[in-house]
Write a protein that binds this ligand. Structure first.
Ligand SMILES: Cc1cc2nc3c(=O)[nH]c(=O)nc-3n(C[C@H](O)[C@H](O)[C@H](O)COP(=O)(O)O)c2cc1C
Length: 443
C-alpha cells in the first residue's frame, strides 16, 4: 500500500476560477473562498478516499515584481488575497475523524516559539491530526514583510530553517512525557522538575523555553518539507517526516528516493520512518480516450494569452521575484543571461530551463512550466494500474496530487480514482490509527 496527499496549492485563497484556468466548475468560489465550506467538503471527501493528509500552501505577500506591478496579481487574484491557513484547521478537523491536515509555516513568517505553541494548540484541538509544513519562503516580497531588505540567499535560508526547527522541536520536548500529573485529589497539576528550559542560542534565534503549554497527542508533530535542492533535501532528512518531491519519471523518482534514504541514514534515521510523496497531476476521465482528450485540451489551452500570462507570473514568483519574466519578448529563444540570478525554487527553475535547446520563452511557459502528470492519464482503472506500476518501480511511498481544487475535481479523485485504488488494495480503505503520525507510519 502507499500514501496519498492533496496539495491545496493556493492555500486559504481564491481557488481555481475562469480567470486562472478555463473551467466552468469552480462554483461560487470567487466570492465564497473566505468561507470554510469548500475546505470542509474536501476534507470529508478525501477522508472517504483514505488520504493521509491535505497540505495547505501559504505565502504572505502581494507580488508586484512581475512586470514591475501588482496589476496582474490583483486582476487575477494570483496568490493574493490569502488568509493564514491555521484558522481553517479546527474547522476542517471538526467535520472529519481521521485525515491529517498540514498547514504551511514559514520560518521567516513565524517566530519559532509562537509556531511551536500555535501548532501544539492545533494538535490538541485536532486530537493529533495536524502536521507542520516547514518552508523557507521563496520571494523577496515575503521577506520584506518580515523585516528583511531582501530574502536571504538560497542555502542560507536553510541554515535559518534548521535553527528554527531546532528551537521548535526542542520546545516540543521541553515537557517530559510524565510531567503532567493532573491529580485533583492532591491538588497537583504538574511536576516542575520535569519541565525544562531549552536555552537555545544561535545565529538567528535564541529562546529560553520551556513551552508554556503541555505536549499535544503527537508531542513532536509530523513535519513536511518541500525543498528539493541539495540543501532542501538535507533539511528534510534532518527534520521532516514526509516530503513533497518534484519529478518527471520513474527513474528520477527512484534516484531521489535512494538519495534521500542515504541522507536519512547519515542522520541516524530509518528510511521507513520517512514518507516521500511524489507530486502528480493525474488526468482521470470516464474512459482512456476521454482522459486523453481532456489532457490534449488542457495542453492546448496553455498556449492562450491568459494561460501564458499566468505561467510567466508564476515563473517570476518561482525565481524568487528576482527575474521578471514579464519584461522579455515571448518569441525569442531564452538566453542564459535571462535566467541568471534566480533565488527561489532551484529545482523548479532547472526543470523549466535545462536542456531547452533554442526554445522560446512562450514555448517554455506553455510546455515546461507545469507539474508532471507522470503518465497518469486514463480511466480510473488505467490510472490506478499506472500508479501501482510506478510505485513498484520506485519502491514507495506515495503521491501528492496537485490539481485544481474544485468539488468536481475532488469527486473525480475521491469517488473515481480512489475506489479503483482501494479495489486493487493499493491504498487504505479505512484508518487503523488515531493520529496523523501513526497513520503515516502504518505502512
Ligand atoms: C509542493 C510544494 C509546496 C510548497 N509549498 C510552499 C508554501 O506553501 N509556501 C512557500 O513559501 N513555499 C512553498 N514551497 C517552496 C519550498 O518550500 C521551497 O522553498 C522551494 O521549493 C525552494 O527550495 P529548493 O530550491 O530547495 O527546492 C513549496 C514547494 C513545493 C514543491
Amino acid at each position: 500500500m502507499y500514501h496519498l496527499g492533496w496539495f491545496l496549492g493556493n492555500g486559504f485563497g481564491i481557488q481555481t476560477w475562469d480567470g486562472i484556468l478555463d473551467t466552468p466548475f469552480s462554483g461560487t468560489n470567487l466570492t465564497d473562498w473566505t468561507k470554510p465550506d469548500l475546505y470542509v467538503d474536501m476534507t470529508s471527501s478525501l477522508e472517504r478516499a483514505g488520504f493521509d493528509y491535505i497540505l495547505i500552501e501559504d505565502t504572505a505577500m502581494i507580488e508586484d515584481t512581475h512586470s514591475g506591478t501588482a496589476e496582474a496579481t490583483l486582476r487575477r487574484g494570483l496568490f493574493a488575497p490569502k488568509n493564514d491557513p491555521v484558522p481553517l484547521v479546527p474547522l476542517m478537523a471538526q467535520r472529519s475523524k481521521h485525515i491529517g491536515i498540514i498547514p504551511t509555516c514559514s520560518t521567516i513568517q513565524y517566530p519559532p516559539y509562537l509556531a511551536a505553541r500555535l501548532y501544539t494548540g492545533l494538535d490538541h484541538l485536532t486530537e493529533g491530526r495536524v502536521g507542520m509544513n516547514i518552508v523557507t519562503s521563496v520571494t523577496d516580497r515575503v521577506a520584506q514583510n518580515f523585516g528583511y531588505e531582501q530574502h536571504l540567499e538560497h542555502d542560507e535560508r536553510y541554515v535559518l530553517a534548521a535553527e528554527w526547527s531546532e528551537v521548535v522541536t526542542r520546545l516540543w520536548e521541553s515537557w517530559e512525557p510524565d510531567a503532567v500529573v493532573a491529580d485533583p485529589v492532591r491538588n497537583y497539576y504538574a511536576d516542575h522538575t520535569k519541565v525544562h528550559t531549552i536555552d537555545f542560542k544561535g545565529k538567528y534565534f535564541s529562546c529560553r523555553g520551556p513551552l508554556n503549554t503541555i505536549p499535544g497527542p503527537q508531542r513532536r508533530l509530523p513535519i513536511a518539507a518541500a525543498g528539493n535542492s541539495p540543501a532542501g533535501r538535507d533539511f528534510a532528512a534532518r527534520y521532516a517526516d514526509t516530503m513533497l518531491v518534484i519529478s518527471t519519471d520513474a527513474a528520477e523518482m527512484r534516484k531521489f528516493r535512494t538519495d534521500m534514504h542515504r541522507r536519512l541514514r547519515d542522520y541516524g534515521r530509518r528510511p521507513e520512518d520517512f514518507k516521500m510523496l511524489f507530486i502528480a497531476t493525474p488526468f482521470v476521465g470516464r474512459t482512456d480516450a476521454d482522459a486523453e482528450e481532456r489532457l490534449a485540451a488542457a495542453q492546448a489551452a496553455r498556449w492562450g494569452d491568459l494561460a501564458i500570462e499566468y505561467s510567466l507570473w508564476y515563473m517570476t514568483y518561482v525565481s524568487g521575484g528576482r527575474i521578471d519574466f514579464g519584461q522579455y519578448e515571448l518569441d525569442k529563444p531564452v538566453s542564459d543571461l535571462m535566467i541568471a540570478g534566480g533565488n527561489g525554487e532551484r529545482v523548479s527553475m532547472s526543470n523549466m530551463f535545462n536542456n531547452r535547446g533554442d526554445m522560446t520563452l512562450r514555448e517554455i511557459a506553455a510546455t515546461r512550466f507545469s507539474v508532471a502528470n507522470l503518465g497518469l492519464v486514463g480511466s480510473p482503472e488505467t490510472v490506478a494500474a499506472k500508479m501501482d506500476e510506478l510505485m513498484e518501480e520506485v519502491g514507495g511511498d506515495g503521491f501528492l496530487f496537485y490539481l485544481p481544487t474544485t468539488r468536481l475535481q475532488i469527486a473525480e479523485i475521491a469517488d473515481g480514482l480512489a475506489p479503483a485504488l482501494q479495489r486493487r488494495g493499493s491504498i487504505r480503505k479505512g484508518y487503523d490509527h488515531k493520529t496523523l503520525r501513526e497513520n503515516l507510519l502504518a505502512f
